[in-house]
Design a protein around this ligand. Structure first.
Ligand code: BGC
Length: 760
């Protein structure tokens, strides 16, 4: 089979996602005009740093540098040596060496890229924030901005101008091992947080990225998060209207905010590997959005077109297929011969000169926009805010606002004098608090930052009477996260006898990507056994969930007096937990995903009205009950909030109008607190079965006891549109319900309007 050429889309072009800059374009053309075919091919290839390492895996081998940069003229390098974080000096010195070689040998700067996922994940002394799933739970855009700004600054301080972040795969299948890398299951929440992070990472002018900002690679474009099997990098089947309306939404938001690069989904949608999907890569993004940025593959995914997916017969066919579909840079990552394949394919006419030049322009444009031609290197010591205390404070505050109180029968806050027994495999682990992409790919925080507190350490620092016995421990092998040793349960039960309250810290060890695949979403057997046996003592149990995805706990939840989901709150997560459990601080996190209860009932909050029994008149499916453990947006506090006076500025509207919505929120309890105010809409009748509700706005407000604040939202009528079966946006005449905090107001759209993609 030969490579498909680009499908052109009939929908009209919009104004370019990033405004073209004459000086940038002139520089690109002047460099391009002098390049040989070999130099052009090299610009399209990105290799792993291991291809340059010497036998110590700590330094660059000059002979390999000569070969990879000098001979093959490779344009980009990624990753960390020895799969481990290094000091910023080490990283900067390594990049310097590569850059000097690149300028000397080809006169074009090399672009170095790193997986900075929740802060400067790959720099020893860098600042880490709670993972994106936690930032989603804060419903507070401030934290996405703060994390982005710190990540950009600290990455630059290591001579690196490009991060593979933010992640915006919708975490809509709890079985998938990467949902914690995203902001949750909802397209709007994801889009809002990802846009804020993108702007903070790149700054506000994508044509001129300054030395405190970096280029993003929004990922993984797109539909990666809902594999039918639940396993990473396996096929997804997504209806086109869902793809357009939900999965594309965060990417669209970030392309329009100026995202300079995007990384492609490693897997496939509806049988087409995304790396070969010309309609999505070239059609939806480059043509329809007029986006002039650069598309990079994910790890070895061109090889996957023939090795795994069998849509190409060999490497050369796979390279042609990817580049002709719209790929601009191939993360190969070990094989410089990829350059030779590109050269041959161009000579054979299987990749046109025009496509080659277009891809090279996109790579050069990125380098020009980053200022790499003017300053291929910069003074890495001129970053006084590296690892600044303000980043630590922000990380702690984000952890505080992200840990979610899911149940409290009155046991919390814990009085000072209580004898607390702490147990569980997550009680004494920084690795588990941080998750993957923390100092190492699979996570390894304890080896790198022992100075931070684990949960038991933080509780000991806050409460006078704390004892500890793990009960269950994980196998610490980096990729064996699900294995555990439960032989210590009897010891834990014996040790718990003298306590007033048990804090059981359960969940998952860290993992990342495919090694996190699993066959059972239930919390592991040993941990459930630990909780069951402890409960026989009749003492109150506070269940602390420290996990990257909602592991099912339906059978042990009734045994707990209180439940807190801390997810992956990073290095200050335990301190935040101690402050929350003690009542020094108040909970304000809300779930950014649905916490399912049953293995055969994995839902998202925006399910179809026809799936729910209460709306099921006339249906035969009497079992369709949304019986979830905790719904999306759920989270308790030590105070209470009351909503009143929900108002919408007009009772009738049409396309082009903006509805102004306001609601009063009052703190009716005795403690100060913060409340995430979530605004929903429901389309009551539509030509496709409508979702039961959709998140359309959110804000976070701080309220003193007795205080009331009016929270306002602007709701453009177009935000209430959906994508029809024909792939076009539709705002249909009829009734909508706008709801917030349990209140609802009916409004009516007076006119049906249909319009082309990608406009909303
Ligand atoms: C992951 C990406 C990551 C890339 C480079 C891949 O395996 O899927 O998220 O950016 O590796 O490290």
């Amino acid at each position: 089979m030969l490579t498909a050429t680009v499908l052109s889309c009939n929908s009209p072009k919009t104004s370019p996602a990033i405004p073209a800059d004459k000086a940038v374009e002139a520089k690109v053309e002047s460099v391009l005009s002098k390049m040989t075919l070999e130099e052009k091919a090299g610009q399209l290839v990105q290799l792993n740093i291991s291809t340059l390492e010497d036998e110590t895996h700590e330094a660059i081998d000059p002979a390999k540098l000569d070969k990879i940069i000098g001979e093959y003229k490779v344009g980009s390098i990624l990753n960390v040596m020895h799969d481990a974080a290094h000091s910023r000096e080490h990283t900067a010195a390594m990049v310097r060496q590569i850059q000097e070689k690149s300028m000397e040998a080809i006169g074009i700067p090399c672009i170095y890229g790193l997986d900075m996922i929740h802060g400067a994940s790959y720099i020893n002394e860098g600042s880490l924030y709670p993972q994106e799933i936690n930032l989603g739970a804060t419903f507070n855009r401030r934290f996405a901005r703060q994390m982005g700004a710190a990540m950009a600054y600290e990455t630059r301080a290591a001579q690196v101008p490009w991060v593979f972040s933010p992640v915006m795969d919708l975490g809509r299948d709890p079985r998938w091992p990467r949902i914690w890398e995203s902001f949750g299951e909802d397209p709007y929440l994801q889009a809002e947080m990802a846009r804020e992070e993108t702007l903070a990472l790149q700054g506000s002018d994508p044509n001129h990225i300054d030395l405190e900002h970096v280029a993003v690679s929004i990922k993984h474009f797109m539909g990666y998060g809902v594999p039918a099997s639940g396993k990473d990098r396996t096929p997804a089947y997504i209806a086109e209207n869902d793809l357009r309306e939900k999965f594309f939404a965060p990417f669209l938001e970030c392309f329009r905010a100026g995202a300079l690069t995007a990384m492609v989904n490693s897997a496939s949608i509806n049988g087409i590997p995304t790396h070969a999907n010309a309609l999505l890569l070239t059609g939806w993004v480059k043509e329809q959005l007029g986006w002039d940025g650069m598309l990079v593959t994910d790890w070895a995914d061109i090889d996957n077109l023939y090795v795994r997916d069998h849509v190409a017969a060999d490497k050369k066919e796979a390279v042609a297929m990817g580049i002709n579909a719209g790929i601009d840079m191939i993360m190969d990552p070990y094989d410089p011969e990829c350059c030779t394949a590109i050269i041959e394919l161009v000579k054979e006419g299987r990749i046109s000169e025009e496509r080659l030049d277009d891809a090279v322009r996109r790579v050069l444009r990125l380098k020009v926009r980053l200022g790499l031609f003017d300053h291929p290197l910069w003074e890495e010591h001129a970053y006084p805010r590296f690892a600044a205390p303000e980043y630590a404070r922000e990380s702690y505050e984000a952890a505080l606002e992200s840990e979610v109180l899911l149940k409290n029968n009155g046991i919390l806050p814990l009085p000072e004098h209580k004898k607390i027994f702490v147990t569980g495999p997550n009680a004494n682990s920084l690795r588990a608090l941080n998750g993957g992409w923390s100092y190492r790919w699979q996570g390894a925080a304890d080896e790198y930052v022992p100075q931070y507190n684990t949960i038991v350490e933080a509780l000991k620092a806050r409460f006078p009477y704390v004892t500890y016995e793990p009960g269950v421990v994980y196998d610490e092998a980096p990729m064996a996260w699900e294995k555990e040793d439960a032989t210590g349960i009897a010891k834990a039960v014996a040790a718990a006898r003298g306590a007033d309250v048990i804090v059981a810290c359960v969940g998952e060890n860290s993992y990342c990507e495919t090694p996190g695949n699993m066959d059972d979403l239930n919390l592991s057997a040993g941990q459930k056994k630990l909780v069951r046996e402890l409960s026989a003592l009749g003492k109150p149990i506070v269940l602390v969930l420290n996990e990257g995805r909602p592991r099912l706990i339906g059978d042990i939840e009734p045994l707990a007096a209180a439940v807190v989901d801390v997810m992956l709150p990073s290095n200050y997560g335990a301190d935040a937990l101690a402050a929350l459990l003690s009542g020094d601080e108040n909970f304000s996190g809300k779930l950014p995903f649905t916490y399912s209860k049953h293995i055969n009932a994995l839902h998202t909050y925006d399910y179809k009205v026809s799936e729910h029994r209460e709306t099921m008149e006339g249906s035969y499916n009497y079992d369709a009950v949304m019986d979830v453990q905790w719904p999306f947006g759920f989270g308790l506090s030590y105070t209470t909030f009351a909503y009143s006076n929900l108002q919408v500025s007009a009772s009738e509207f049409k396309e082009g109008d903006v509805l102004e919505v306001s609601v009063d929120v009052t703190n009716t309890g005795k403690r100060a607190g913060k409340e995430a105010v979530l605004l929903y809409s429901s389309d009551l009748v539509a030509s496709l079965i409508p979702d039961v509700k959709r998140l359309r706005g959110f804000d976070k407000v701080a309220l003193e006891p007795g205080e009331t604040k009016c929270v306002r939202f602007e709701l453009p009528a177009s935000a209430l549109a959906f994508v029809g079966a024909d792939g076009r946006w539709r705002l249909e005449a009829g009734d909508f319900r706008i709801s917030c905090g349990g209140l609802g107001v009916m409004v009516r759209c007076t006119e049906t309007k249909v319009w082309d993609t990608p406009n909303r």
